[in-house]
Write a protein of this length. Structure first.
Lengths: 111, 157
């Protein structure tokens, strides 16, 4: 049974309207390069994330196309400006074997 | 009785102490020169990136000069577009990796500035290149060199 791919999204900085905060996304995808061999000398098949989309309130704000040079666990932290009414940030990914996942986090504004 | 000389005594009878020291010093020098020549040659991609006349204004990189392992080397990048321009595309290039393009970023709504961090997998000690394309199709780039003590990509253990 394949290990489930878990991901987490969190924010760093003051969640106030108009402020720039950092969104941190981490995903325990194996990101197998296809160049490694196991203990028995067999080549380990390539298995990497090929697309990442970051959305803020449904609108795509960042598209990433990773290669084999991305580490495992996959990690991406990026800046974003907090909207007036807050909202939701979602990060979705798709890998070269057709698997996909998504994580969402609400931007709850400070009073 | 025919006394046979040992190699050590034969050498000392032929060479003086100063000659021996001179020989030892020259062999050390040649060994050091060999070690420098024996370093992995730079790839053609790395050479072509280095030979381009890039401007690196507005791009700041934080990248460790030395990393224990190439499996997850942190990279922090801050980009500010020139006046009147926006960011169109960003590429992180690892010239000594089997697949040099490590990450490509694009923005449907192009920003003027962008800050991001990620972690890269390096196959060898090398210079990491961040190449930014702006809204007028002009490009700027900055590189940072790191030395890794243990390579990634090849070991399955």
């Amino acid at each position: 049974m394949a290990t489930p791919v878990l991901s987490r999204l969190s924010f760093s900085g003051e969640l106030r309207a108009g402020r720039t905060v950092e969104a941190r996304w981490i995903c325990n995808h194996p990101m197998e390069t296809g160049f490694r061999v196991d203990d028995s000398g067999q080549r380990i098949a390539r298995h990497i994330i090929t697309q990442v989309q970051c959305r803020l309130n449904g609108q795509v704000i960042l598209q990433a196309t990773p290669g084999t040079g991305w580490s495992s666990p996959a990690y991406l932290a990026f800046s974003l400006v907090v909207p007036e009414q807050g909202g939701t940030v979602a990060v979705s990914w798709l890998d070269d074997q057709g698997a996909q996942g998504q994580v969402e986090q609400r931007l709850v504004l400070l009073p | 009785m025919n006394k046979r000389m040992s190699p050590k005594s034969l050498i000392s009878s032929m060479l003086g102490r100063r000659d021996c020291l001179r020989l030892a010093a020259s062999s050390l020098l040649s060994a050091s020169a060999w070690a420098q020549d024996g370093a992995a040659p730079e790839s053609a991609l790395a050479q072509s990136l280095r030979q381009k006349n890039w401007s690196s204004e507005g791009i700041a990189l934080v990248f460790p000069a030395l990393a224990d392992t190439g499996n997850a080397v942190p990279l922090e990048t801050r980009i500010q577009a020139p006046q009147g321009l926006t960011l169109s595309k960003l590429e992180i290039i690892l010239p000594e990796n089997p697949n040099p393009i490590a990450l490509e970023l694009q923005w449907p709504v192009p920003p003027e500035r962008f800050v991001f961090s990620t972690r890269l997998r390096l196959a060898a000690s090398q210079s990491v290149w961040v190449v930014v394309t702006y809204s007028d199709a002009s490009q700027r780039a900055r590189s940072a060199t790191t030395v890794i003590t243990s390579t990634a990509c090849l070991d399955g253990t």
